[in-house]
Write a protein that binds this ligand. Sequence first.
Ligand code: C2E
Ligand code: MG
Ligand code: MG
Length: 674
Amino acid sequence: MKLDHPKWSIRAGLTLGFTIVLALMVTLMAIAVVWMTRIDRELDVIVNSNLAKTELAHTMETALRERAIAMHTIAVMQDPFEKDAYAQRFDTLGSLFTTARAQLEALPLSDAELNLLKKIKTLTSTTMPYARAAVETAMTARSREDTLAALDEIRINAVPRQSLIAEELTALITLQKDATERTAHDAKTDYHNAIVLMITIGTLAIGLGLLVAIFVIRNATRQATKLQHQAMFDGLTNLPNRVLFHDRLQQAVLSSRRDKRMFALLSLDLNRFKEVNDTLGHHQGDKLLNKVAQRLLSHARESDTIARLGGDEFSLLLPSTDISGGAVFAQKLLKLMTEEFNLDGKQVSVGASIGIAIFPEHGQDPEVLMQHADAAMYIAKRANTGFEFYDEAIGNNTLSNIALKNDLRHAIERNQLRLYYQPKIGHDLGKVTGLEALVRWQHPEHGLVPPDRFIALAESTGFIQPLTAWVVEEAVRQCALLHRSGMYLSMAVNISAINLKDAELPKKISAVLSTHQLHPKWLEIEVTESAVMDDTLCTLRVLEELDVLGTRLSIDDYGTGYSSLANIKKLPLNDIKIDKSFVMGMSDNHADETIVRSTIEMGHGLGLRVVAEGVEDQATGNRLTELGCDSAQGYFMSRPLPPEHLLKWLHESPWGLAADAATLAEPSTPPTAE
Ligand code: C2E
Ligand code: MG
Ligand code: MG
């Protein structure tokens, strides 16, 4: 699995930050516990040990001093009872001294203290006999001389020895005082250190915690802004997306309604985007979309909104723009989109189709305006006119295009496609020579949908490939069945410009022909004039391969696509089909008749057969025969028919071929009348 790097590093940073803060807090607690225990122990030493030792040393010192006083008192006392009492006090003080020393010895002592105590003990044992002897002498002293002698003994023998002990005791007390001071100092230092360390670590933890918090808040805010941006803008081009565009459109409707102003909504779809994607790859397709977005942006006003709604669909909102402003802008955009794009050194021309809806004329709420701009765009695409305004008449036919788009994908698997056949009559023989297969969509809700309503949709969604494959297969199958019944008619199928970009098309058609054992010469490929004029290498190669295969090639709707003779000459053509708009009008319109006549002459001059479509009356038929038109097709002879009606027509009409109906195969799809 690939790591999402920024998210991963944020997570790692946060984990590290929190871990450090946690570690600092734990250290803070540990330091608090360790140092406080230490200070507590130090205070304990001061209170329980040092103070006790000092007190015991003081007791010994006092006892010693008072023993000296007792000795002197005994010596100067006359009353034997009082002497006795002081002698007892002398002894008691002696025991007090020894008990205090023993207690001192029982306490934990340093080496220096032990040494001092040892000295005191030794001094005590050497002093004891002298003191005792001095006390004995003092006890027995009765006269002034005795007393003086006893006092001398005390002064000379006992007191100096006792003074030695007192000196050692003073040293002991000083030692303990020092030790107490030292421990108190240590405790104070420890306390100070602990406070400093705790404040430092606490500050660090708070600082780091704050940093982590700032980091989290900043990242969360950034993430929220990013998500908000993603929800409103297209990730590829950075243009507003459908959500934001819809919002702006809603605002535009409200403010334009309030200020009684117009605005234009343009729906723009690239014409050959799919081709770029298929031939150069999605990467280049994405690049192209970006360049388109940049080009659109560079030519828009600041107040305009340009959005990418998905795929190669863009929408533009032009405030304060009326019909003429919309038309001028659309023309400008079309020009921009026909200029070549450079994709890593490859020059690509895409072109676009634009549908325009003007507020309030073509709709008063966002949904309707969007639908109407889309509907107009489909018409522009289908008719190859560049741009179209919404028109209620076309709207009725195309309103449900968006819904149809979804259903169309399932039309084949749900067996909803039908082929109708329109006979072509050869003028020389007056008999049917071929059929044109025209597709229809038997929609469960909308009934029989004519091709004009869904071919452009199929082209824009890529569904045209399976649709054409189905049409070719079905038409060839039907033609082969007719042949087996002895009716040798040609079969024409309409192939979209997009199919001609499929290098495999000749191979696929050849496979279908061999499956149904139909000679290629019976299959006629009808391609619109605009489709062959887009003479990319691939289109030319496909047409040449089809020619080699042996199928016939016919230019459909001739006269609508401004093709030059030079271009036509390059193509492996067999037939030219004059567009019905000229044929239908030729009886009353001299210009139309001139176009028809000159097309027939030009076609013949190039060695081509000329077919007229849209023959609606006898007069037109007759005139076409006079002009030397090779073949004709139109409502006058027959409308496009479902297979079973076709059989009837072939049997009964004046142009039909005589055939044995019993040998005709059953139609492949259920009959429906057009
Ligand atoms: P087209 O190939 O030019 O077909 C002729 C159209 O003119 C047919 O319309 C036909 O019904 C109509 N038509 C024929 N005679 C007359 C007439 O006397 N008067 C009038 N007013 N109309 C007449 P349809 O069947 O609606 O097809 C429209 C277009 O749809 C076709 O024009 C063709 O370009 C396209 N189309 C039909 N089937 C297919 C298909 O299988 N694949 C592709 N790619 N396009 C198809
Ligand atoms: Mg046709
Ligand atoms: Mg036509």
